[in-house]
Design a protein around this ligand. Structure first.
Ligand SMILES: Nc1ncnc2c1ncn2[C@@H]1O[C@H](COP(=O)(O)OP(=O)(O)OP(=O)(O)O)[C@@H](O)[C@H]1O
Ligand SMILES: [Mg+2]
Length: 310
């Protein structure tokens, strides 16, 4: 297995004395294989990015493990460089990750330089990379602020792909792009995956894109996974009431299809103080007595769900 996340927990201290804990991620497990796109979906604040940042080793989990090809990277004092470079990231805002004082050529060269290639050796590689992400030579002398958002995003992707990673965490990579640029970027990611067998953790709340991109989908609610399955299974026969509500909220053009939108009551509860029993119980249209006291566990084989009523 390429990536294994085992009972991952990440608590953040909150308040003046950091005594109360925000349980941003509270016992999440999943596996991702080569050439597989695994999507993580759910409302804002449910903990998606925190999972991604733990997988990238940008933050250390409170408990649990992240394994890369069997190695427990979250337990290492320091992840060796040759392992770290095999796991790369694409973020929504490439802008924030590109040094504003570096020109495009240097930004694209940087990953190679870090790996000991000089400008001469790197030039050919940068040219290949430019072709792949469709960056024309006239852009090489520009600074990030002189580019469009789509161009910046493509440079971010090029940098992530430069060192032939085996795994990429893509956190809302398409969110700031318009539809045509979005489509180009998703094509690029798919092409790169087909050629290099790379695995993706694709984080998004855009279910339309997830349906196009993902092989499997995990639905997250308040720090926990509530449903995991093949994309077709989750979209066509969602089992958890929360998943059903999310899917019913995807805009459709054909309104005569007669789909009814399920409106969720109230707000997402605070991760400082999650509800007892099922965390979704305060908003679930089918909530029963047991749901308020007993926490459901994930059950099932390939399509798993955590709900007392299934
Ligand atoms: N460094 C931090 N310190 C304290 N709390 C944090 C920190 N990072 C995240 N959180 C909290 O953890 C929870 C999960 O945040 P996270 O960014 O993982 O959500 P998300 O699912 O990615 O949301 P979005 O869809 O808006 O990006 C939120 O309640 C957030 O406020
Ligand atoms: Mg996020």
């Amino acid at each position: 297995m390429l990536i294994e996340v085992v009972n991952l927990k990440k608590y953040f201290g909150s308040g003046v004395f950091k005594k109360s804990k925000i349980k941003a991620v509270d016992g999440v497990s999943f596996e991702i294989g080569r050439n597989e796109t695994f999507a993580l979906v759910g409302e804002s604040g449910c903990g998606k990015s925190t999972v991604g940042r733990c997988v990238l080793d940008l933050i250390r989990p409170t408990d649990g493990q992240v394994r890369f090809k069997g190695m427990n990277i979250s337990g290492m004092n320091e992840v060796p460089h040759d392992i770290r470079k095999r796991i790369q990231a694409i973020f929504q805002d490439a802008d924030g990750t590109l040094n504003p004082r570096m020109k495009v050529f240097d930004l694209m060269m940087e990953p190679y330089r870090i790996n000991g290639l000089n400008n001469g050796q790197g030039k050919k590689k940068v040219a290949d990379l430019m072709e792949m992400v469709n960056i024309t030579p006239d852009l090489l002398g520009r600074y990030p602020h002189e580019l469009s958002g789509g161009q910046r995003q493509r440079i971010g992707i090029a940098r992530a792909m430069a060192l032939n990673p085996e795994f990429i965490v893509a956190d809302e990579p398409a969110a700031s792009l318009d539809l045509s640029v979005q489509a180009q970027m998703l094509d690029l990611m798919k092409k790169f995956q087909a050629e290099h067998d790379v695995g993706y953790l694709y984080i998004s709340h855009n279910l339309k894109i997830v349906k196009l991109m993902a092989d499997r989908v995990a639905v997250m609610y308040l720090g926990k996974l509530v449903e995991v399955g093949k994309t077709g299974d989750v979209f066509n026969c969602a089992k958890h009431p929360y998943t059903q509500a999310l899917i019913s909220a995807i805009p459709v053009h054909n309104t005569r299809a007669g789909r009814k939108r399920i409106l969720l009551k109230g707000d997402v509860p605070s991760p400082l103080n999650p509800p007892a029993g099922c965390r979704f119980s305060t908003r679930c249209p089918y909530c029963e007595k047991k749901c308020r006291t007993e926490e459901p566990i994930l059950v099932g084989d390939k399509h798993i769900v955590a709900c007392h009523l299934r």
